[in-house]
Write a protein that binds this ligand. Structure first.
Ligand SMILES: Nc1ncnc2c1ncn2[C@@H]1O[C@H](COP(=O)(O)OP(=O)(O)OP(=O)(O)O)[C@@H](O)[C@H]1O
Length: 722
């Protein structure tokens, strides 16, 4: 049986003829694909819109007024400061990082391009020369120099906004003071003169002050909220993008980066910042108290010192307990998530009781440390709390004594109480929320490290589409987290229009080699040159469009089948998606899905079988007809018929001029390969043409040219038909 014959698999759900991959090379769609295109076009309105394109749900977007003038005068400052900072921020933060912010900076750096946008001129000198890399000045180490901190550069954009907040903070104390004098006036003037008009005047003054205070507080909260939104908008995509690229020493996870961003945003735009601003004016209230009577001044200073010392002692003495608790909480959460991920296996093998105990051990450990911390903090805070609860008595007692000594007027006590609250309030907030200040500082350090790592990334110039061989020279590499390289001294050249099969025993390093070839890991030594350019010269997003990759463990992202095939490209055309489907020969799978191309995948979506996942992953890999296709065990879950389709797909890709690498344990797939590389313990044991290797290695030679199971399947089909 020839390889080109169609596979008929009697037990498959639909006996759809595999698409005619031969017609692909002529540029026309295969019949099945053409039908589907026609069907899609019939059901599509407006005509220009692709049915696969992501349709955004009507979620509220950031109001334009957040970036434009909405509250005249004050907001003008913020808007100007943001606009003035934008170029600097872009230069500092996102150069070379290929951040998909949609802004094409004029830095000469290759940015994300939408499909359809033209690349630089093909061929010529650009192709022949190695690209000029313009490395940035190294900026290792988090928060090494505040002056060069990219995060600070972003915050600097809000200088005027923060100055305005500070100015608000200047007026507020006077308004609070004015408020505090009103009850004193009522007691003093109205009490002695019994004048109704004086009372009305004082109440009117109080009303005006109250309205002004409330307005200022509301405006201040709104200003902070809007600044927070702008900070978020400027940083969210950078953080998400940077963390999902290489982890350049920043540590953590994407979720951590976004959580850090939330922490920074909440701090800078929440009550903590207002407390800092207000705290600047606390000395003014203390001075007023000193002016009323030095005794009150000393009292407030003593109270402040006591509460500060208690908070410092609490934070210092429970820090160890809290860090133990947090570590165990993290471990318990991770363990719990791992158990949930493997819930079926856990249940079926009766592991749940043991795992519950293990998880509870971690969880109760965390609880224990927290309880110990709380007990200790409670003991330390006992005296300050008592003093705080009794401070009114202290003020009244001291005030009564001073009144008896004729040193103060009794009505002054209202002023003193209010001044005390205002002086203590912000400082109290800072000390009681010291944890949020610490979290802010740590989150800032991590974000700064992340942004510096983005800055330190090499710049990439736009390269023409790769044409030419994949040349691997003395490649050494492996997982970055382990010191010893897995792949050692591997060299080979793969011309376009060839299929290389990589075989070897389990653990030989085949998957590691695949990862190095597609650029997931960087080579420690040696080079991988693709289309006359070293892989490291490419902007990863540009390179990705020329590479198709099917990993060993296939995962799909939350989205429709079509979106997953189109790699979530919002500009994907129906034709391109169908071309990929056609090339991978998965029409039968699509017909079996509840909503065809619109079936949702990922968590909560439709569950595909292992074989279906691999075939769909192949469609995603061949989307856009990449020049290099690397398939890591793409047939491990396939039946013989599907394996035949896979073989035909890779041959079609080869015929279209792609270089194809197939890692496989199954010898049957090697029949479709032109060359074979045998890997063992990370090194090349043999490499050459298929027949040559078959002749050298008896076990491979024993493999038939076509898988026998296919004949068997055909026989079964034939006997059934008869
Ligand atoms: N991320 C990683 N971290 C640490 N070690 C790894 C990592 N990935 C692979 N290894 C190690 O590298 C070696 C080669 O693994 P690799 O997955 O490349 O083997 P393979 O030839 O693909 O095996 P198989 O055919 O079983 O998939 C193994 O010993 C494995 O433990």
């Amino acid at each position: 049986m020839s390889h080109g014959s169609q596979a008929s698999v009697p037990w498959s759900k639909s006996s759809v003829s595999p698409p005619s991959v031969a017609s692909r090379s002529s540029g026309s769609l295969a019949p099945a694909g053409a039908e589907a295109v026609a069907a899609i076009k019939r059901n599509t309105a407006p005509a220009k819109r692709t049915p696969f394109a992501h349709r955004p749900s009507p979620v509220p977007t950031i109001p334009a007024s957040f970036r434009t003038r909405s509250l005249k005068g004050y907001f003008t400052n913020i808007r100007h400061s943001v606009r003035r900072t934008r170029p600097r921020t872009v230069r500092n933060v996102s150069v070379g990082a290929a951040i998909p912010c949609g802004e094409q900076e004029r830095t000469g750096v290759a940015r994300d391009r939408r499909p359809g946008q033209r690349k630089a001129k093909r061929g010529g000198a650009a192709r022949a020369r190695a690209p000029e890399l313009a490395p940035r000045a190294p900026q290792a180490g988090p928060m090494r120099s505040l002056g060069t901190s990219p995060l600070l550069a972003i915050f600097r954009g809000f200088t005027y906004g923060y100055v305005a907040l500070f100015a608000f903070g200047f007026f507020l104390p006077f308004l609070y003071m004015a408020m505090s004098f009103v009850p004193m006036g009522i007691m003093d003037r109205v009490g002695t003169s019994r004048s109704g008009s004086t009372l009305v005047t004082l109440i009117l003054i109080a009303a005006v002050v109250t309205v002004t205070l409330t307005l200022i507080e509301v405006v201040r909260a709104q200003v902070l909220e809007r600044m927070g939104t702008v900070i978020d908008e400027k940083l969210t995509r950078i953080c998400f993008d940077a963390f999902n690229r290489e982890k350049r020493g920043a540590g953590g996870s994407p979720a951590q980066a976004l959580a850090d961003l939330q922490t920074v945003r909440r701090f800078l735009c929440g009550p903590s910042l207002s407390a800092i601003v207000d705290a600047f004016w606390s000395p003014l209230f203390v001075c007023v108290m000193f002016a009323i009577s030095p005794a009150f001044g000393v009292l407030i200073l003593c109270l402040l010192a006591l509460s500060g010392a208690a908070s410092f002692a609490t934070h210092t003495l429970v820090a160890g307990h809290m860090s133990h608790a947090q570590r165990l909480e993290g471990e318990a959460n991770e363990f719990g998530l791992a158990v949930s991920r493997n819930a079926e296996t856990v249940r079926v093998m009766g592991m749940l009781p043991f795992l519950t105990e293990r998880w509870y051990g971690l969880h109760s450990g965390a609880l224990g440390w927290r309880a110990a911390a709380q007990t200790r903090a409670g003991r330390i805070g006992l005296v300050p709390r008592m003093v705080q609860n009794g401070q009114m008595i202290l003020v009244y007692g001291l005030g009564g004594f001073l009144f008896l000594e004729n040193l103060i007027h009794i009505g002054v006590l209202f002023v003193v109480l209010l001044m005390m609250m205002r002086a203590q309030g912000p400082l109290q907030h800072i000390v009681t929320n010291w944890n949020s200040f610490q979290s802010f500082w740590l989150a800032t350090k991590r974000l700064d490290a992340l942004l510096r790592s983005v800055e330190a990334a090499p710049r990439h110039i736009e390269l023409p589409p790769p044409r030419g061989a994949l040349v691997v020279t003395r490649l050494v590499g492996g997982p970055p987290e382990i010191e010893k390289p897995i792949v050692n001294d591997v060299s080979f050249t793969l011309q376009p229009g060839r299929i290389l099969g990589v075989v070897g025993p389990s653990g030989a390093g085949k998957s590691c080699l695949s990862r190095l070839l597609v650029g997931i890991w960087r080579a420690r030594r040696g080079t991988v040159v693709f289309g006359e350019q070293d892989l490291t010269h490419w902007n990863p997003d540009d390179l990705g469009r020329h590479i198709g990759y099917v990993p060993q463990d296939v995962e799909f992202l939350p989205g429709t089948v079509a979106e997953n095939i189109a790699r979530f490209d919002p500009q994907a055309s129906s034709e391109k998606i169908l071309e990929a489907v056609d090339m991978a020969g998965i029409h039968d799978i699509l017909r079996g899905l509840p909503n065809g191309y619109s079936t949702r995948l990922g968590p909560g979506g439709h569950t595909l079988s292992g074989g279906q996942r691999q075939r769909l992953a192949l469609a995603r890999a061949v989307y856009g007809m990449p020049r290099l296709l690397v398939l890591d065990e793409p047939n491990s879950n396939l039946d013989a018929g599907a394996e035949q389709l896979l073989g035909r797909s890779i041959q079609a890709m080869r015929d279209a001029g792609s270089a194809v690498i197939v890692v496989s344990h199954r010898i049957s797939l090697l029949a479709f390969c032109d060359d074979i590389l045998v890997l063992n313990e990370g090194t090349v044991q043999a490499i050459g043409g298929r027949e040559q290797i078959f002749n050298r290695l008896p076990r491979l030679k024993a493999a038939p040219a076509a898988p026998p199971i296919l004949d068997l399947a055909a026989d079964i089909g034939g006997s059934r038909a008869a």
